[in-house]
Design a protein around this ligand. Structure first.
Ligand code: DP6
Length: 380
């Protein structure tokens, strides 16, 4: 006797960044944030959770390797899931008995290992979503995913998703809400530029803790910038106003990284390639006379670009020209991208972007789009 559920969940990339906690235990943020969940074709987490009378204790496997289930963040999610499952009245005795059984959890990411995209967001969203299905919990579970990793709460939904800062001490209003459905802006594309890098970066958790403790600019951002910026961003998305969307996305990424620099001692996640990509994009946008592409960076050197589908070929040519792959192997360079590999750009563009090409500085490009929220897979 037992029961098993398998689900998948997307990664998400914020355009208004979460950076700072006001409560480390419950993972409550200092400001609201907004992201798009990405299509699960290329990047996703998959989790199978099983309960059985036969299992002796709770166990956890990550990418095929057993890990301790005592991890405090996993425990916080598991405890809250079981508490909520108990709260549901089960007249059916067989179901309430199930709550005392141990659980086995197997979680896998299909992120390219070298990509440095090992986002905990998809992992925790998937864990919590899967457990909620296993235990028949209805209603929003984003506040449970939030206890695993802040950004995970946004991966509980598809499309454009806001995580509201909330006011309550228990965090019940610090939850994810859909701003626009996955079908709302179908022209939107996402390019993930995986930057070559060996450095081990400060984790988001430690980085934002240091920022909260030492950066005055973080407080200024939370109080005086994000609230109005968030309203503008939601309006830009609702109206599909790409110019506004791109400007706010660029500014907010730069502001988060400015807060990191204002942290003492300073944190810098970008490297020379990251900065070169920024310069290239600003030069390109200027040459075009309007914003054709927006960049954003998380706690590492990889760039994520938000752009409209009609501009993908030009932007990919630009990337290929300034950041050609060392070995010129096209297939590995352009993952999942059905455009011709061409490195020729106009002489005009070469003149306005005053950069020397950097072969090998970008390992590869993942081309994707805004996608759906977690999915339940049929039982095998
Ligand atoms: C830079 O959600 O990874 O990606 O809550 O400590 O687990 P914890 O941090 P995490 O932080 C993500 C920060 C970010 C910006 C964002 O996704 O909003």
């Amino acid at each position: 006797s037992g029961r098993s559920v398998t689900c998948t969940a997307p990664i998400n990339i914020a355009v208004i960044k979460y950076w700072g906690k006001r409560d480390e235990q419950l993972i409550l943020p200092t400001n609201s944030s907004l992201s798009a969940s990405l299509d699960q074709d290329h990047l996703k987490s998959t989790t199978t959770a099983s309960i059985s009378k036969e299992f002796k204790r709770d166990r956890l496997w990550l990418n095929g390797k057993e890990e301790s289930i005592e991890n405090p963040r996993i425990q916080n999610c598991l405890i809250e899931i079981r508490r909520r499952a108990r709260k549901r009245k089960h007249n059916d005795d067989s179901k309430s008995e199930m709550l005392n059984w141990s659980v086995h959890i197997c979680s896998e990411n299909n992120f390219p290992t070298a990509a440095g995209l090992a986002s905990s967001a998809a992992g925790y969203a998937c864990l919590v979503y899967t457990l909620s299905k296993l235990y028949d919990i209805n209603g929003d579970v984003s506040d449970i995913a939030r206890r695993g990793s802040g950004s995970a709460c946004r991966s509980i939904y598809g499309g454009f998703v806001q995580w509201t800062v909330g006011e309550k001490k228990n965090g019940s209003d610090s939850i994810a809400k859909v701003v626009a459905d996955v079908d709302h802006w179908p022209e939107m594309r996402v390019l993930v530029l995986v930057v070559s890098d060996q450095k081990k970066h400060t984790s988001s958790t430690n980085g934002m803790r240091n920022s909260v403790n030492t950066s005055d600019f973080l407080r200024y951002r939370a109080e005086h910038v994000v609230p109005s910026r968030m309203e503008e961003m939601i309006k830009a998305i609702e109206e599909k106003d790409y110019q506004k969307f791109a400007e706010l996305t660029i500014k907010d990424s730069n502001q988060m990284h400015a807060v990191c620099l204002d942290t003492y001692p300073p944190i810098s996640y970008m490297n020379d390639t990251s900065r070169k990509i920024i310069n290239m994009i600003h030069a390109f946008n200027k040459y075009q006379g309007e914003l054709k592409v927006a960049y954003t960076y998380d706690a590492g050197p990889n760039a994520v670009l938000y752009l409209l589908d009609e501009h993908v070929p030009d932007v990919v040519s630009l990337i290929n020209y300034y950041f050609p792959p060392c070995d010129n192997i096209r297939e590995t360079f352009i993952r999942g991208l059905k455009v011709d590999f061409k490195t020729d750009i106009s002489q005009e563009l070469k003149d306005v972007v005053p950069l020397e090409p950097s072969p090998g500085a970008i390992k590869y490009v993942i081309s994707t789009k805004v996608g759906q929220g977690p999915q339940i897979l049929p039982n095998e």
